[in-house]
Design a protein around this ligand. Structure first.
Ligand code: PLP
Length: 402
């Protein structure tokens, strides 16, 4: 299949129904906001929650509130391979991130190392459901409990997904806290917002006091215009334009120590609630596309994460152990605008800016391995059967040429 000129798929995303968005502009009252958040919580399976400006603001709020109860505990365990925003939130809460290697099965923790990192100073550990892959959190949770540390599930990339074999338990709902992001490239990608869910009444109360002191976002019109522009440029025929603009750094991984912590926009909360109606269909499509890659990319040089059945990954994580082959495949897939990405380029302790701040020269073997071998493939509802076939045929061409 020949690549159409100026055609590029986004790595993740979904249609943004602008009619529904503008319909939400009128829903800015506190009452509407509370009702929207209540419905979102009910969708997740109940719990006390806060809606904030971003996922990292949600994590920051939890860590700040939890610190009040255990001020002597200053460390937070973070996977060595993950999104750098997690570490920004830890620093902003006045705490110290302690990295721990990932495992290669579900990108969760390497358990023996995790056990060694847990100590009397550990306030919390963060389990990250990267690309929507469900991390088996039960062992981590048990270790945390016996240590007196809290388990936080980072479900920023996994809103709406469930634990394997536990259809009714959503990712983010097993830990002492969980958080979600609704930023760019997330399961519900509306450019704004983060949700924190908390188990403990006491921590919830303290978090409530902190949240009351936060500024309330109310730039609703600017938000709707920004989201409309995003919706326009997420179209495959136009997505190459923002990709060409260097300062947007689409797909780039940067550590930003500072970020805003405010109560989320009411119009975004309301829009999020209306987007729930289409989420199951989106998940079904992501599940079907994921299964297709799993069934069709069966060459011995590939490794697959998870059960290889239908599961709604946010992006399909394909592992190609041969570094040179992976580099060739990735380069070609990116050049052809297929929506494939190489994800985070290094473990956190080797990222520019973070390297100096973390000052940790440990070699995290699995984290390094993931960074060097992962290719994520798009599974969202904008991916057609022809797009998938194109991805497969590009991969075959590279394999045949090597
Ligand atoms: C795994 C993970 N955690 C946390 C975050 C932070 O979310 P936000 O960008 O809404 O602050 C992100 C967002 O990119 C993420 O991918």
């Amino acid at each position: 299949m020949k690549k159409p000129l100026f055609h590029s798929l986004p790595p993740a995303g979904h249609k943004i129904p602008l009619r529904l968005l503008f319909g939400c502009i009128g829903n800015r009252s506190q009452e509407n906001r509370d009702r929207a958040i209540e419905r979102i919580i009910r969708y997740l399976g109940g719990r006390k929650a806060f809606y904030l400006s971003s996922g990292r603001a949600a994590l920051w709020l939890y860590l700040k509130a939890l610190s009040i109860f255990k001020p002597e505990r200053k460390e937070v365990i973070v996977p060595a391979y993950t999104c750098p925003s997690v570490v920004s939130a830890v620093f902003k809460a006045g705490l110290t991130p302690v990295l721990c290697d990932n495992n290669l099965d579900d990108f969760g923790y390497e358990l023996r190392e995790f056990e060694n990192k847990l100590g009397r100073k550990t306030l919390a550990a963060i389990a990250v459901h990267l690309y929507g892959v469900p991390v088996r959190v039960d062992d981590i949770q048990e270790l945390c409990r016996s240590n007196g540390a809290a388990l936080v599930e980072d479900a920023a990339q996994a809103f709406g997904n469930s634990f394997l074999g536990e259809k009714d338990v959503k990712l983010g709902m097993k830990g002492d806290a969980g958080f979600y992001s609704f930023g760019r490239g997330k399961p519900v990608s509306i450019l704004h917002g983060g949700l924190l869910v908390v188990t403990s009444d006491e921590v919830f109360r303290e978090a409530g006091k902190i949240a009351q002191g936060l500024k309330t976002d109310n730039a609703s019109v600017q938000y709707c215009l920004a989201l409309s522009t995003y919706a326009l440029f997420s179209n495959p025929t136009l997505y190459w334009i923002p990709q060409m603009i260097p300062f947007l750094n689409l797909g780039g991984t940067v550590f930003e120590p500072e970020f805003e912590t405010s109560r989320g926009l009411s119009v975004a909360a309301s829009f999020l609630e209306t987007m729930l109606a289409g989420l199951e269909k989106e998940k079904e499509i992501r599940g079907t596309n994921s299964k297709w890659y799993s069934d069709n990319l069966s060459q011995a040089c590939f490794r697959h994460i998870g059960l290889r059945g239908e599961y709604p990954y946010l992006r399909y994580p394909l592992i190609i152990d041969d570094r040179d082959l992976r580099a060739c495949i990735l380069e070609k897939l990116v050049a052809e605008g297929t929506g494939a990405t190489g994800s985070y380029p290094t473990p956190l302790n080797q990222l520019p800016k973070l390297r100096e701040v973390l000052a940790d020269d440990t070699e995290y073997k699995c984290a390094k391995k993931i960074a060097e071998s992962i290719v994520t493939l798009p599974v969202h509802s904008g991916v057609s059967a022809a797009n998938r076939e194109n991805i497969m045929s590009i991969i075959r061409q590279v394999l045949n040429a090597n």
